[in-house]
Design a protein around this ligand. Structure first.
Ligand SMILES: C[S@@+](CC[C@H](N)C(=O)[O-])C[C@H]1O[C@@H](n2cnc3c(N)ncnc32)[C@H](O)[C@@H]1O
Length: 170
């Protein structure tokens, strides 16, 4: 099962589209349906897209460098921009979960995101940035403090609020 395009995908896409990406080296972790990776490619970036689910990697254009990887495990080099719309639902969430690994972010919904934030700076150029999606359904507040995340955008839906958060490497 490949994660479909949803509101979270579109919110991250909107924020990626605002950026000047021509000639930039970018990395998408957890590309799923691939829309964000394709958008960055169309904006002229040199794109690497990863997913832990091999099915997600079978349908991307040749120009995109694909890697099957658990977060950064197989990733090499440094990037100007790293984006990740992580699995962010807490494990007790009662939505009908089809393809568990694409939705669940650990007990509190932040464990995968936390692991990402602990490592992402090793893969960013100086002045590079990481953009992630964070949901109000997860226990996200501790992450904001711990990693000094900046809220770049937010959108309210009937059952949750989604944030695009940014981490900058000085
Ligand atoms: C919420 S979906 C986002 C998919 C797509 N980027 C989007 O925005 O629609 C999360 C994606 O992360 C992948 N994923 C989950 N855990 C991962 C991990 N540890 N390393 C890499 N990818 C992971 C899932 O397979 C899924 O494709």
């Amino acid at each position: 099962m490949i994660y479909p395009v949803r509101e979270d995908t579109l919110l991250l896409k909107e924020n990626v589209e605002k950026r000047e990406l021509k000639g930039k080296k970018v990395l998408e972790i957890g590309t799923g349906n691939g829309l964000i990776a394709r958008t960055m490619m169309e904006k002229g970036a040199e794109v690497t897209a990863t997913d832990i689910n091999p099915e997600a990697l079978s349908n991307l254009p040749e120009k995109i460098n694909v890697l099957r990887s658990d977060l950064f495990e197989e990733v090499e080099g440094v990037y100007d921009l790293v984006v990740f719309n992580p699995p962010y639902l807490p494990e007790e969430h009662d939505e009908d979960l089809n393809g568990v690994e694409t939705w669940l972010g650990g007990k509190k919904g932040i464990e995968v995101t936390e692991r990402f934030l602990e490592n992402v700076s090793d893969y960013l150029e100086e002045g590079g940035e990481a953009l992630i999606i964070v949901s109000s359904l997860a226990e996200y507040r501790s992450l904001v403090e711990e990693f000094d995340l900046e809220v770049l955008d937010e959108e309210k839906f009937w059952f949750e609020k989604l944030f695009v958060m940014r981490l900058v490497i000085e």
